[in-house]
Design a protein around this ligand. Structure first.
Ligand code: ADP
Ligand code: MG
Length: 341
């Protein structure tokens, strides 16, 4: 017998892809805050995210009559047509994160828009389905609380690693986003303890201090800035010197139009650029930003949106390889002259 699956089950299935662990929930929620124009985002975690994930932002908020829509599958304020999809400028666009998270946790949503007299909330105790928003006290912006993640999907909950491991993933997720938005403040707390408080950074000095906070002092002193434009694309950021070779590929950040991506081709281009100056068992470190025409890159490849497809993959590869290779060549000391004896 063929039947149409109930919404909750559909959302739980989607949750398997969109939010496979607490860090993925944090990523989705913080991205929503940024899409809402937040200038400050606070992330509070308990028990590695299995107990509580609470995100507060000062973004534009959600109107009372749209709160339950925000939790509905395929409901989004970010795109409305296929044309929009062709040039997505927001981090989200699929309208899947909130309903997916809702289907595998106990969720509470509180929000206040600029023109509202007070905030409104949905969830917390009781069922969200069909619930009417209640008036609440909260400053402008949005607060989302996710408790007991995967409480109703025991198989998933069992797959959670230790609290420390899950938290490390969360810290990485927030750090990655913080490296893409220097103009926004990010605070992170775990079990009541302050992990970092990144103030909005202005100018090179401010950027460097954020890089230092996230990538460490050593990376800052052993890296060099890069800024190259070619064929309407721009590559900028910081490249670790060959002396800063790492045993693991753990300090490699590539952003495309502000979105952190994992792309084998791009990582390979950078690895190849280092081939002359770094042993192949070691990994280069870098934080690089690529700005390309949004229409020349497809971000709708995977639900987590960390994969992209370039229309001109070869040109992008060549820009990365060429610019970094040249930079490393310039930095290299003159080859030793061998005197004939
Ligand atoms: P998407 O981000 O793909 O649109 P989500 O499920 O993540 O889908 O969010 C659904 C909608 O809820 C968003 O389109 C947005 O309108 C609203 N929303 C979610 N989080 C926030 C937030 N922090 N501030 C304002 N609006 C939000
Ligand atoms: Mg989203």
């Amino acid at each position: 017998m063929i039947r149409v699956l109930p919404d909750t089950l559909v959302n739980q299935i989607a949750a398997g892809e969109v939010v496979e662990r607490p860090a993925a929930v944090v990523k989705e929620l913080v991205e929503n805050s940024l899409d809402a124009g937040a200038r400050a985002v606070e992330v509070e975690i308990e028990q590695g995210g299995a107990g509580l994930i609470r995100i507060r932002d000062d973004g534009k908020g959600i109107a009372a009559d749209e709160l339950s829509l925000a939790l509905t599958r395929h409901a989004t304020s970010k795109i409305g047509s296929f044309d929009d999809l062709e040039r997505v400028a927001t981090l989200g666009f699929r309208g899947e994160a909130l309903p997916s998270i809702l289907s595998v946790s106990r969720l509470k949503l509180v929000s206040r828009t600029a023109d509202a007299e007070h905030a409104w909330e949905l969830g917390g105790a009781g069922h969200i389905d069909g619930a009417v928003p209640r008036p609440a006290a909260h400053p402008f912006g949005t607060m989302i609380e996710v408790r007991d993640l995967f409480f109703n999907t025991p198989a998933r909950r069992k797959f959670l690693k230790t609290e420390a491991t899950e938290f490390r993933q969360i810290q990485q997720a927030v750090s990655r986003i913080a490296l893409s938005r220097f103009d926004v403040g990010f605070a992170l707390r775990h079990n009541g303890r302050r992990v970092f408080d990144l103030v909005p950074a202005a100018g090179d000095e401010g950027r460097l201090s954020r890089i230092r906070e996230i990538c460490g002092d050593e990376f800052v002193t052993q890296s060099t800035a890069i800024d190259e434009s070619r064929l309407g694309m721009r590559l900028h950021g910081w490249i670790g010197l060959p002396s800063f070779a790492r045993p693991q590929a753990d300090l490699q950040y590539i952003y495309v139009n502000g979105r952190l991506i994992r792309d084998r081709l791009l990582a390979f281009a950078l690895k190849r650029a280092f081939a002359d100056v770094m042993h192949s068992t070691h990994h280069p470190a870098y934080v690089v930003y690529l700005e390309v025409d949004p229409a020349s890159v497809d971000v709708n490849v995977h639900p987590q949106k960390t994969e992209v497809r370039f229309r001109e993959a070869r040109q992008v590869h060549d820009l990365l390889f060429g610019a970094v290779h040249q930079l490393l060549r310039r930095l290299r000391p003159e080859p030793e002259r061998h005197h004939q004896i």
